[in-house]
Design a protein around this ligand. Sequence first.
Ligand SMILES: [Fe+2]
Length: 255
Amino acid sequence: MRASLEVTHMYDVQYGYARLHYESLKANNKFRVRRLSDLDKRGFMKAPVGLEKPEQWQGDRFAGDMTDDEIMTFLEQVVTPEIETTICDHFCAEFMITSLLFLSHGQEEDISFLWHCDTGPGPFLKIIVYLNACGGTSFIDRATTDLFRFGGYLFVEERVADLEGLAIRLGIDYSPVTYFPQANEAIIFQPSRVLHRGRVPNEGTRYVASMTLHPSLSHWRKMPSFDLLRVNPGSGFAQFLWPELGWPDDESAKT
Ligand SMILES: [Fe+2]
């Protein structure tokens, strides 16, 4: 656990994400009353998105290879009003998209198909958009994830595909939820708070888009540039530099 806490501390303190969260809460004090969704209670949920042609986005691609127009076209079809409200309610703030990549998986082994939590800066969300009906994602809710965590499943070095033996040993009653989404359905979850694993398709190729989201001072459409998406690989995070994003590095100028 210490290793992942140290990485989180590095992101939050040295890379500036704790400050981003703090400034976002200050700038968004209108979000005093919020609706609790499954995203808050269980840590994950499924929601439809509105891609006109999901198949058009299939492939292996990184935001660094896309133009601003392409990125905006994709985001406008994915971030529906329902998703926008749910995420704002979750963060008690506006949000920004901090990484975007497109992935394909066949039947090959992949570390993301074993039970794990992601390591990353403080509060962040992940959206996986299914671009075809192939494969899925399994989740264990927040409270049960904490039991596995405190029971010693650190998912840092050794990940497993089956938690049954550990659950029996620790006396944990657990019921994973598995989604096998259709094309144009997304799952939204707290990747550092809920155990999850991708599900390999029995045949064919699983095409998804994966995005991370963080709290923001202003609406995501007003993000000064998509440069953060172009430097964030999705599984790790780049240093959050205020001036490079177009916000002056000055406390008083942002309030
Ligand atoms: Fe993950």
